[in-house]
Each structure stands twice: as structure tokens, then as C-alpha cells.
Design a protein around this ligand. Structure first.
Ligand SMILES: C[S@@+](CC[C@H](N)C(=O)[O-])C[C@H]1O[C@@H](n2cnc3c(N)ncnc32)[C@H](O)[C@@H]1O
Length: 286
């Protein structure tokens, strides 16, 4: 008998249920809270977020009528675009109450073809045709990767693609090659992020995720880095948040505003200097 894992609702809600109004101040109207994709230099942030969604969904080879699972759907736009532009039915799951409420209101025009649930992947047990995961595995922790990939493998049909976008540490060889040395300051910043921003979050390198995926029966078809795109995304969020400083403090507090500015500007520098990377990993069920 297997015991079901319980999703880390408290840790995740502590971050995402801060205030939808606060997040609206710095995310583009798309409410995408992950790296955009500046496919062309002259793109606005909004356009680059739409381009990121398209980049991810195109890799899922969606066919009309299929069922797509969006694990960690955030405020819902990826699932909504999948229904609108690819003719699928989508189920978005998130641990955030505020996100579910927002996504349900936002998808009214789709007449139930995009369904949003307050549910963890740990509790999801229905067969689906495709799975997309955009920056949610950072919350799962390595001890659950095996169970996560085994479940995805069980829920998908043979040969199905699955797309994961994830923040990663560069591979050891890349760190050596670029002489990336981790300092005391880096350790303190990582502790700040884990304790004050993303409680219980954890990063690994892409090869670690691919190893667990392989053990579960997936092949890695492609890995695409969006490293400079994340630096640009974070610069854009920082500028918007700074421009809305007063409103942000009114909605939350001076302390929260300062912490978010420190986290967003700090992370931008980590992508710029190469100590952090963000990748889209295309998997295929073998
Ligand atoms: C950084 S947000 C990304 C949201 C969205 N994919 C985007 O691109 O904007 C991470 C998301 O992962 C979700 N999440 C974290 N752990 C989860 C779990 N165990 N099951 C389902 N969703 C989870 C959070 O609720 C949140 O929606």
C-alpha cells in the first residue's frame, strides 16, 4: 500500500496568497510569474510572456480534443491559451486559493473547457494526454521528484511529450568552465530566498531532474535555456514594482516591498552572472 503525499499548501500559500492586487502591480497583465521569452529584441514584456507560453505549448504537440494538465498553473493564462489556441481541454492545478479564484474568473468565456482546481499533483489521479509544468518543480523538493515523474508517466499515454520549465543551477562542468565561485554572500542570499520568499523551495541542476525523469521512463528530447530572458524579465518586474512603490506598501508593508525588491533585483543579477539558469526541458514518455 502506498501512502499519499500531502502537498505543501502552507508553504506555497505563504507566498502566492499574499495579495493578487500586489502581484498585479509588477507582473504584466498576463500575470505570468516566470521567465518570459524575448523571441525578438523589440518585444514588450507582455509579448514576451505570450511568446513563452507559445514556446512551451508548441513543444507539447497539442491536438484538438486532448486533455492537458498544467501543474502549478499560477493565475491561469497557460491553460487558457491552450484552450483558446490549440482546441484542448485544460485542467490547471495550484496550491494557491487566490490563484484559483482569479483563474476561474478569467476563464469564464471558455465555458468549462479550462478547469482550475485547488489541488496538488500529489492528489491528482486522472489520465491526461499532455502535461506542462512551468516553474513549479522548484517547490517539490528532490525527495519527491521520483514520485512526481512516476505519476506523470502513469497518467500519460505512450510516446506523449511533457514540458517542464524550471530554474536550475548550471551543471558542474559549466560552473567550472565559467569559474563560478559560490561566496558567503551567495549562501546568505539563498537562505533569505528560502526563509523569507519561497518557503521550502529548492533548486537542482537540469541533469538531476532529467535523471529522475529517465528513471521513471522519460527520454529528454531537448533542453533550451532562457537565462538572459529571465534577467530581463526580473529587471522589468523590479522597474514596475519600484514605480508602484506607494501602492505596494499600502497593499502589504514596507518590509514586504523591501524584501521583494531585494529578491527580484538579486535574482536578476544571478541570471546575468550565470550562477542561475532557467530551462525548458522537453521530455517524451518512452
Ligand atoms: C512560480 S509559480 C508559476 C505559475 C505559472 N506556471 C506561471 O508560469 O506563471 C509556481 C506554481 O506552482 C504551484 N505549486 C507548487 N507546488 C505545487 C504542487 N505540489 N502541486 C501543484 N501546484 C504546485 C503554485 O501553487 C504556483 O501556482
Amino acid at each position: 500500500m502506498t501512502t499519499q503525499l500531502s502537498p505543501p499548501y502552507e508553504n506555497v500559500q505563504a507566498h502566492y496568497d499574499l495579495s493578487n492586487e500586489f502581484y498585479k502591480l509588477f507582473l504584466a497583465p498576463t500575470m505570468m510569474y516566470t521567465s518570459a521569452y524575448y523571441e525578438r529584441e523589440d518585444m514588450t514584456h507582455e509579448e514576451a510572456q505570450e511568446a513563452k507560453i507559445k514556446l512551451a505549448l508548441d513543444k507539447c504537440d497539442l491536438q484538438p480534443g486532448q486533455r492537458l494538465l498544467d501543474v502549478g498553473c499560477g493565475w491561469g493564462l497557460t491553460a487558457i491559451r491552450a484552450v483558446e489556441n490549440y482546441g484542448v481541454r485544460a485542467i490547471g492545478i495550484t496550491l494557491s486559493r487566490d490563484q484559483v479564484e482569479h483563474a476561474r474568473a478569467w476563464s469564464q468565456h471558455l465555458g468549462g473547457r479550462a478547469e482550475f482546481r485547488l489541488q496538488g499533483w500529489e492528489e491528482f489521479e486522472e489520465p491526461v494526454d499532455r502535461i506542462v509544468v512551468i516553474c513549479a518543480t522548484e517547490h517539490f523538493r528532490e525527495e519527491r521528484y521520483g514520485t512526481f515523474f512516476a505519476k506523470c508517466h502513469r497518467l500519460l499515454p505512450a510516446q506523449a511529450p511533457m514540458l517542464i520549465q524550471v530554474i536550475v543551477f548550471p551543471e558542474y562542468e559549466v560552473q567550472q568552465e565559467k569559474c563560478l565561485n559560490w561566496t558567503q554572500e551567495d549562501v546568505l542570499f539563498a537562505k533569505f530566498i528560502q526563509r523569507k520568499i519561497f518557503h521550502g523551495g529548492q533548486l537542482r541542476s537540469a541533469s538531476v531532474l532529467c535523471r529522475y525523469a529517465k528513471e521513471a521512463g522519460f527520454q529528454t528530447a531537448q533542453i533550451q535555456s532562457l537565462q538572459p530572458d529571465y534577467a530581463r524579465t526580473l529587471d522589468c518586474w523590479a522597474a514596475k514594482l519600484e514605480a508602484s512603490r506607494e501602492a505596494a506598501i499600502e497593499l502589504t508593508s514596507q518590509e514586504t516591498y523591501d524584501m521583494y525588491m531585494h529578491y527580484i533585483t538579486g535574482c536578476a543579477n544571478y541570471y546575468r552572472c550565470g550562477k542561475l539558469d532557467v530551462v525548458q526541458i522537453s521530455l517524451k514518455k518512452a
